[in-house]
Ligand binder design. Sequence first.
Ligand SMILES: CC(C)(COP(=O)(O)OP(=O)(O)OC[C@H]1O[C@@H](n2cnc3c(N)ncnc32)[C@H](O)[C@@H]1OP(=O)(O)O)[C@@H](O)C(=O)NCCC(=O)NCCS
Length: 143
Amino acid sequence: MRDFVGMFLGYQREEPRYRFQLAVTLRADGRLIGNCGVRLLAPGARVAEIGYELAPEHWGRGYATEAARAMAAFGFGELGLHRLQSNCVADNTASAHVLEKLGMRREGHLREAQWYKGRWWDTLLYGLLEDEWRGEWGGGSRE
Ligand SMILES: CC(C)(COP(=O)(O)OP(=O)(O)OC[C@H]1O[C@@H](n2cnc3c(N)ncnc32)[C@H](O)[C@@H]1OP(=O)(O)O)[C@@H](O)C(=O)NCCC(=O)NCCS
């Protein structure tokens, strides 16, 4: 997990910066439990992808949803995004659920679109537009 964070810290030096992958830590003791971020499709683009990963012992407590909502607020607020999207493996019910809790709409089911662990997996494409985010969360964030 720390190696990943080291790589993500390198994103800070990109000029212009277009990838924002942040560490997720526990509020109580600052322990590192995962990462979450938004990545513009290209520098200056107003379309970005969102992704997250948590250590398994911390699953099921709403942390991914909390982190993803904060990053979406950052994306639609400070980065001025028009669209946020994500592709998740169709069997990854927890991840799809996180995206749906953000208000993302399922836009497509892509057959055998990702090679992972020796086989092809179907993926789901989710998208959320600026207006929908503001309608859902009232101005960008309700944190
Ligand atoms: C996906 C992941 C980030 C979810 O983290 P998390 O902190 O457990 O997520 P949350 O607790 O915020 O929300 C998960 C939701 O999915 C639901 N869920 C979890 N497993 C489920 C299952 N097998 N079937 C149906 N729903 C499920 C939970 O009940 C929860 O919904 P609820 O709040 O309505 O109860 C975590 O499982 C992970 O890191 N997985 C490996 C990496 C990964 O898949 N990343 C995403 C790549 S797109």
